[in-house]
Ligand binder design. Structure first.
Ligand SMILES: Nc1ncnc2c1ncn2[C@@H]1O[C@H](COP(=O)(O)OP(=O)(O)OP(=O)(O)O)[C@@H](O)[C@H]1O
Length: 297
């Protein structure tokens, strides 16, 4: 059933003295949409480069659909949307898509690829005349027109306006429903969270976290609970689920926890009088920033 469509085992990549990827182990199941997140330089594009067969691993192995990513048979089953793509400026949008379709054994109808990328109204425009966000949509059309089993999308929504983003995610949903294995990189965690089956967080060439969006939220999302009371630091630390506690000496306490409800319930049940209660949830974005910052040497 859901066997690995993409597999990296002990994969490493160095560029001179730069270790871009270090012992990467990743197994992506067929039909899943995985979001690869991480700060600039984390190694996301390099990982995609290995999976596309554009780069040779310095260590370990990479298999795509059971084969070597550089084999012609594998390549015709893979579509990619690079971070930057050079488009032939004089050709019209429809012509560029038709040109790409010819490179694949069983492509989608050109009109269908144009529709998926929300490009039908722009099909007659020269590629060189497209705006940045429109050019991203054309790059998406080129990635899907071959009707590939595996799709790599490197920051697909970068530069897109809100409407284009929405259209993009709707198209990604449709590709997923059609059974495609999709790996995309993004800096927009909240956006990816809605559609991704799985989120992999990378930093400095390594995987920091890997799971469903819910699991990721559960493992890294924290809340801050503030109040004033007579409790001393040791008592604050004893409250359930407290990960960090601070007290300013005037009774103002700031606690960090993943389970603010349990903490506040225990506080109430303890009978301690407290005031100025304030609970703020860190957004997943904040939690993700903390996670990657903590691991940056
Ligand atoms: N061809 C190359 N030569 C030298 N260093 C490289 C090369 N390609 C990538 N690197 C380095 O490898 C590291 C990982 O880069 P990579 O492009 O994979 O990161 P990324 O996670 O995709 O970042 P971004 O979010 O900025 O796209 C960086 O330190 C980068 O400078």
């Amino acid at each position: 059933m859901n066997e690995a469509a993409i597999e990296l085992r002990g994969a490493g990549k160095t560029f001179g003295r730069v270790r871009a990827l270090d012992d990467l182990n990743l197994s992506l199941r067929a039909g899943e949409l995985t979001a690869l997140l991480g700060p600039n330089g984390a190694g996301k594009t390099t990982a995609i480069g290995l999976m596309l067969g554009l780069l040779q691993p310095s260590a370990g192995m990479v298999r795509v659909l059971g084969g070597d990513p550089r084999d012609a048979r594998t390549r015709t089953q893979v579509g990619a949307m690079p971070q930057e793509s050079a488009l032939p400026p004089a050709l019209k949008v429809r012509e560029v898509v038709a040109l790409f379709a010819r490179m694949y054994p069983a492509p989608l109808p050109v009109e269908e690829a144009l529709a998926l990328a929300d490009l039908l109204p722009l099909a007659g425009r020269r590629a060189g005349a497209l705006s940045g966000g429109q050019a991203r949509r054309l790059a998406f059309a080129l990635a899907v027109v071959g009707n590939p089993a595996v799709l790599y999308l490197d920051e697909p929504t970068a530069g897109m306006d809100a409407g284009s983003r929405q259209a993009f995610w709707a198209a990604a949903e449709r590709m997923k429903a059609a059974g495609k294995t999709i790996l995309l990189t993004t800096h927009y965690l909240e956006e990816a969270e809605r559609t991704a089956d799985r989120v992999v967080v990378m930093n400095a060439g390594r995987i920091l976290a890997d799971g469903t969006p819910e699991q990721l939220r559960g493992s890294i999302a924290t809340a801050r609970v503030r109040f004033t009371s007579d409790l001393v630091l040791a008592e604050l630390r004893n409250l359930p689920g407290v990960e960090a506690a601070e007290s300013d000496g005037h009774g103002h306490a700031t606690l960090t926890t993943r389970t603010p409800e349990a903490l506040v319930t225990a506080l109430v049940q303890s009978g301690t009088s407290f005031a100025e209660l304030e609970v703020t949830r860190a957004s997943l974005e904040d939690a993700f920033m903390n996670l990657t910052a903590r691991h940056s040497a």
